[in-house]
Write a protein that binds this ligand. Structure first.
Ligand SMILES: [Zn+2]
Length: 305
């Protein structure tokens, strides 16, 4: 389709970095800012589902402070972190305990700007359940992260997810449809859907919306206890629109996968989507706050919805 004149002028202004002149151009039917400064972003009350302590140097405390400095620049109110100072695909119990200790040390340094999920390995079900109790029931963490050690359909996962449901915390399950083939323990969105069906009381987030989001959204849409986590894939036009259309805005969660991905590129998925302002607010923060309400209340952390 040929570009109309106004779109062309606006595009050129962007290319030239003419942010100020862009503001003065007429915008047909636009009810939302074209330029999001920190203040307008702060008003959205953004909570980021997905952050890591890798990719930057220093102690756990130094790393989280450094990352949160950038989050604040983008007006992000809170970031949920998981895993330790390095990525371990199939950690032994002493390794995931150390990772969770590093995470909790970082959270202490971050104060109210960060939250954390416990990292577990379903190949060690007993030790994982003990760790879940140590860090979530008796500790400060408010959710569970499962990565690529075992698929969501593997033995050992269900007990963890059931326990998470009892503790009323969500489970973030990494999912991807890789063109080159998944890792042996890497879940697809379909695996997450099976897990969600097997444990209807659990609240499960299908990470990365499956990477290939057109397939991922279809795979999870029938399960009301599955959410799409938007973080950590390239910002592609149409992704958020399709997720909202097929799942409803209430089941879509913004996350960045920082610092491996930039806050700006991941926020842009939502801010640039052709959806209603109220839907953006849900996706950027309100949905995650609702998912975490019980966990935060149990820990005496007051939160405005
Ligand atoms: Zn990640």
């Amino acid at each position: 389709m040929p570009l109309d004149r106004r779109a062309f002028i606006r595009g050129s202004a962007l290319t030239l970095g003419g942010a100020l002149s862009l503001r003065r151009l007429p915008r047909a039917g636009a009810a939302q800012p074209t330029i999001w400064d920190r203040r307008s972003l702060q008003r959205l009350r953004i909570w980021d589902l997905h952050g890591h302590l890798t990719g930057v140097g220093g102690t756990a405390a130094e790393r989280i402070r450094w990352i949160l400095r950038y989050a604040r620049r983008l007006g992000i109110e809170r970031v949920v972190f998981f895993m330790g100072l390095r990525f371990r695909r199939n950690p032994a119990p002493r390794e995931f305990r150390r990772d969770n200790d590093d995470l909790m040390r970082a959270l202490e340094a971050a104060g109210e700007h960060a939250l954390g999920f416990v990292y577990l390995n379903p190949n060690y079900p007993e030790e994982s359940l003990q760790e879940l109790d140590r860090c979530v029931r008796n500790g400060p963490l408010v959710g569970v992260k499962l990565w690529v050690a075992a698929r969501a359909t593997a033995a050992g996962v269900l007990a963890i997810v059931r326990r998470a449901a009892e503790l009323r915390v969500p489970v973030y399950q990494h999912t991807w449809y890789k063109t080159t083939g998944n890792l042996p323990g890497e879940s697809t969105p379909e695996d997450a859907a099976r897990l969600a069906a097997a444990c209807p009381g659990a609240k499960i987030i299908a990470g990365h919306t499956g990477g290939q989001w057109e397939l991922g959204i279809r795979a999870i849409r029938r399960r009301g206890n599955l959410w799409a986590g938007l973080g950590g894939s390239d910002p592609t036009a149409g992704m958020v629109e399709m997720a909202v259309r097929e799942l409803g805005a209430a089941r879509v969660l913004y996350g960045s996968d920082c610092p491996g991905r930039s806050f700006a590129s991941q926020l842009a998925k939502v801010l640039g989507a052709e959806i209603a302002p109220v839907e953006k607010r849900l996706i950027l923060g309100a949905n995650l706050r609702r998912l975490l309400t019980a966990a935060l209340a149990a820990k005496g952390i007051p939160v405005q919805p």
